[in-house]
Design a protein around this ligand. Structure first.
Ligand SMILES: [Zn+2]
Length: 440
């Protein structure tokens, strides 16, 4: 459920020039609640009550487990702010200390080819910003994950993943930089429209290579052979018009205890993958309900809709960049030693302005994603007919996601419906389909 969102986030970053390839692999948590039995109030009966059934599932989660995941998730709200502030400070340092101009000057001494200058600037920029951002990154990505029992990696293995991510960023981000700065140089007046077009093409390419190139860099992706699991999943796929022959699984337990599944790719590379945590810890009913949800993303064309949404966001982002870059460069360009929008030394300013744009847009992006997730939930319930499996999944995902936020909190911060709302909808579905569960 989670990687699609991650890919989406990565891709949104690309709209502002950064081709962040490293964030592909991780996705969705640690078991505390005993969810193997359907609680009494959720059993089919003539007096089935949706609210009572929902509360009975909520009560399966001990208060300490809820407090634990609330703390983890609410900490994430603050991290959005800290990430934004640290990023802003790093950008301002690079500009005001003249480091950005110095890095550009160095590339000009090394070569006279503009494309190569852009690439060499990018390599220096990435290494320097990775170093400056390292303390926050290591807290956020390593120590905090261990503190909440979500990590499985040693520090060395984590560092190796970071290094590979950086390498991918050098390579793929470098290509994107060279192309985008070429567009800006060649089309000094219309760069922002063509920049948006090129960015969208690069994003579609990025989405396409995620399952076949990016994910295998970090994890092993294999065909699932267990017919006990694959048979009902493939039957559900065919029943819903998905011509799938294989079910894919990824060894996410290498990095995390989180359970998840996702739809990734574009066109011929599009596929549904479930991770080994889900496979190991989820009941068959739960796995079916999650796979039904993922098939919902597939059948409801969410990847194509995401791309349409990205087109709008990207065009807006570039229009805003054109205006705000001019405004800033007029005032401080000379002081920073930045010659104009086609000068690679402008990059920290682009990143700063884009991060303001996406910071402000957080609730909008989350709401777009959350709306699709709710659609996929409904599809998944109808396709799998496993409301109890779905409630189990919601509790498992509640290991790292607050179960019952307030409505405004959900609107701003949640990129999936909250656990409470998901269980409530599943119980609502069950209440109208009680005849299916007579034999329970
Ligand atoms: Zn989903």
């Amino acid at each position: 459920m989670n990687l699609r969102v991650r890919v989406f986030a990565v891709v949104a970053m690309l709209a502002i020039l950064i081709f962040a390839a490293g964030a592909a692999a991780q996705a969705a948590p640690q078991a505390q609640a005993d969810i193997t039995k359907i609680p009494a109030a959720a059993q089919p009966s003539d007096h089935f009550d949706v609210n009572a059934a929902t509360d009975a599932y909520m009560d399966l989660m001990p208060a300490s487990a809820k407090a634990h995941s609330d703390a983890y998730f609410e900490g994430g709200y603050w991290l959005i702010l800290w990430d934004f502030l640290v990023g802003a400070i790093v950008s301002l340092l690079l500009l005001n200390l003249g480091w950005s101009a110095a890095m550009r000057n160095l590339t000009e001494r090394i070569t006279r080819f503009k494309g190569l200058q852009t690439f060499l600037y990018w390599v220096q920029y990435l290494v320097l910003t990775s170093l400056l951002g390292f303390p926050l990154a290591v807290y956020e990505g390593f120590f905090r994950e261990w503190k909440y029992g979500l990590a499985t990696q040693t520090f060395g293995a984590w560092m190796w993943d970071q290094t590979k991510g950086l390498g991918l960023n050098v390579l793929l981000g470098g290509v994107a930089m060279v192309v985008l700065f070429w567009v800006v140089r060649k089309l000094p007046r219309t760069w922002w429209t063509w920049g948006a077009v090129v960015s969208i093409l690069l994003m579609v390419f990025a989405i396409m290579i995620v399952p076949v190139f990016i994910v295998p860099t970090f994890n092993k992706v294999t065909r699932l052979e267990d017919p006990r699991v694959t048979k009902p999943i493939l039957a559900m796929a065919r029943a819903n018009g998905i011509p799938a022959h294989d079910v894919w699984t990824v060894d996410a337990s290498k990095q995390t205890t989180r359970m998840s599944a996702n739809v990734s790719g574009f066109g011929r590379t599009m596929r549904i993958t479930l991770n080994d945590n889900l496979l190991r810890r989820g009941s068959l009913e739960e796995i079916e309900s999650v796979m039904g949800h993922e098939m919902g993303h597939f059948v409801l064309n969410h990847i194509y809709k995401d791309i349409m949404f990205l087109v709008i966001v990207t065009v807006l982002a570039f229009a805003y960049l054109r205006w705000s870059l001019d405004w800033c460069l007029k005032r401080w360009g000379a002081k920073w030693g930045v010659r104009g929008v086609s000068d690679p030394a402008v990059l920290p300013l682009v990143v700063l302005l884009a991060s303001i744009f996406f910071f402000v847009l957080t609730p909008v992006l989350n709401t777009q994603t959350r709306t699709e997730e709710a659609e996929a939930d409904m599809f998944g319930l109808n396709a799998s007919r496993q409301p109890d499996g779905f409630a189990q999944a919601a509790i498992h995902l509640g290991e790292y996601r607050k179960m019952k936020p307030g409505p405004v909190e959900e609107w701003i911060f949640f990129d999936h419906p909250s656990g409470y709302n998901r269980i409530h909808r599943a119980m609502q579905w069950k209440s109208q389909n009680l005849q299916l569960f007579k034999g329970e």
